[in-house]
Write a protein that binds this ligand. Structure first.
Ligand SMILES: Cc1cc2nc3c(=O)[nH]c(=O)nc-3n(C[C@H](O)[C@H](O)[C@H](O)COP(=O)(O)OP(=O)(O)OC[C@H]3O[C@@H](n4cnc5c(N)ncnc54)[C@H](O)[C@@H]3O)c2cc1C
Length: 466
């Protein structure tokens, strides 16, 4: 994929050099090219970055295989006689890799179609407008830093052998018998959900007092209930102390004295920025805890150097990276785009059940507007026909500024991630429940729960109990 398309301009200076070809970097490159700029993108591994090769896509393929396994296991419940035999990890990996492979090919095709020059190799910022790759200097009128993130670990906890990160967990060629997962955030619970369906005896350890602790407390409670029902063990409010590895497994010690034996330990305690050693600070880019400091227009304060995606502190999500990339390209083109605000970014915890949310939690809204300036409503999926058909429990919770617009929507339940599209429109367009209540939601869909919740909050409930 080296240097296929866009020939370098006559003066040898391109309009934009992008360092890193993940979600943030390639979005900036593609949008800039659409806007008529000459673009060179430098990538040391594979175009698509974490999300395509080691994140969003392969994990969702695992979760889909997990759903198929659970459907087979529980088919009797729906009057269908099928039997669950086993999970063939080679087959799962073949399916997962094929999905990734198709998307990777498509992405390479898009780079070509957009005439983005992709240069393979590790780049280094050697001047405020120049990236060097294997002795070759590429100068741009603008530079976008998009070097992404990598799995974090804890002090003294060495990764390797039976201590996995999400990268090595995705590459396992067999289904483990048991696993301890350190961290009950999005990545930890995603693996817990898939592995449990594959037959793994899973134990999550979370230092804070609840699973998915950044979500609304009501979501965490419902989620924990569902995990208990699925037989996923978790310990919250307890910290990791140490791990011993042997040929056959690990013994994980917790600070409360408990010891848990398992075949593997998966470390899922968050992701840190990849910003060291590429010359950023030497060129005046300021780092804070490794994250690149930027203003709300993603400018680093150094000449025409911008940063996007996971190296900018905040939500580490692919679609935030896409939005950053598009924003910066349009900013460079002088289009005055609207800044990307983290509270407007939709969040989905992929699992069974799923948690999908946007905007403020109830706690955040009360803190921001005042205790008595917020009203909420929880629509229980027990009243939603489609959710009953699927056999899922959960809710749609609305958080509204008193007599004002919706400021947060939080949902739990199987497949509820699919509802986040409408939820984010409602919150970001600052809709009132009375306005949403006028819109018709198709029956019987899970989406109807969104409509029902707004009907109820607007004072005209239809299928709401209590
Ligand atoms: C297990 C897992 C599951 C996830 N699931 C989801 C999900 O479902 N939804 C979601 O929105 N997000 C998800 N994420 C997060 C998502 O993957 C990231 O937010 C996203 O990839 C960030 O994009 P980025 O462009 O900032 O960085 P990255 O995707 O990390 O890309 C950075 C790129 O830069 C390259 N690079 C780094 N340094 C250099 C250099 N010096 N020279 C050249 N190239 C360099 C790297 O090789 C990499 O390709 C998940 C992450 C993980 C780990």
């Amino acid at each position: 994929m080296a240097d296929p398309a866009g020939a370098a301009p006559a003066d040898g200076v391109v309009d934009l050099v992008v360092l890193g070809g993940g979600s943030g970097g390639y979005a900036a490159a593609f949008r800039a090219a659409e806007l008529g700029m000459s673009v060179t993108l430098v990538e040391k591994d594979k175009l698509g970055g974490t999300c395509l090769h080691r994140g969003c896509i392969p994990t969702k393929a695992l979760l889909h295989a997990a759903e198929v396994a659970d459907s087979a296991r529980h088919s009797e419940q729906f009057g269908v006689r099928a039997s669950f035999d086993s999970v063939d990890m080679a087959g799962v990996n073949k399916y997962k890799d094929a999905v990734v492979g198709r998307l990777y090919k498509g992405l390479q095709g898009l780079a070509k179609a957009n005439k983005v020059t992709v240069v393979e190799g590790e780049g280094r910022l050697v001047a405020k407008d120049t990236v060097e790759v294997a002795g070759r200097r590429i100068t741009g009128r603008n530079v976008v830093l998009a070097t992404g993130s990598t799995s974090r670990t804890l002090p003294g906890l060495e990764v390797g052998g039976r201590v996995l990160t999400s990268d090595t967990a995705l590459a396992l060629d067999h289904v483990p018998q048991s696993a301890v997962i350190l961290g009950g955030g999005v990545i930890g619970v995603e693996f817990a959900s898939a592995w449990k369906a594959f037959g793994v005896d899973v134990t999550i350890v979370e230092g804070l007092d609840r699973l998915i602790p950044v979500e609304d407390e009501a979501c965490s409670k419902a989620f924990e209930r569902a995990y208990r029902k699925r037989g996923i063990t978790f310990h919250t409010g307890v910290r990791f102390k140490g791990v011993e590895q042997s040929e056959t497994g690990v013994v994980v010690s917790l600070e409360d004295g408990r010891q848990i034996e398992a075949e593997y330990l998966l470390v899922a305690v968050g992701r840190g920025p990849v910003t060291a050693g590429f010359g950023f600070e030497e060129q005046g880019v300021v780092l804070e805890r490794g994250f690149v400091q930027v203003d709300e227009r993603l400018h680093t304060g150094v000449e025409n150097v911008y940063a996007v995606g996971d190296i900018v502190a905040g939500l580490q999500l692919a679609h935030r990276g896409f939005a950053h990339g598009i924003f910066v390209a349009e900013q460079i083109a002088g289009l005055s785009p609207v800044p990307v605000v983290d509270s407007s970014v939709p969040r989905v915890t992929y699992s069974d059940p799923e948690v999908a949310s946007v905007g403020l939690t109830e706690g955040q809204a009360r803190e921001l507007y005042g205790e008595d300036q917020v009203s909420t409503f929880e629509y229980n999926l027990a009243g939603n026909g489609r959710s009953q058909i699927l056999g899922t429990a959960g809710f749609v919770k609305l958080v509204r500024r008193k007599d004002g617009p919706l400021v947060g929507i939080h949902t739990v339940g199987s497949r509820m991630g699919e509802q986040i599209g409408e939820a984010q429109l409602i919150v970001n367009w600052e809709a009132y429940p009375e306005e949403v209540a006028q819109l018709i939601h198709a029956h019987p869909t899970q989406n109807e729960a969104m409509g029902e919740a707004h009907l109820a909050l607007a004072g005209k409930p239809l299928h709401s109990h209590g």
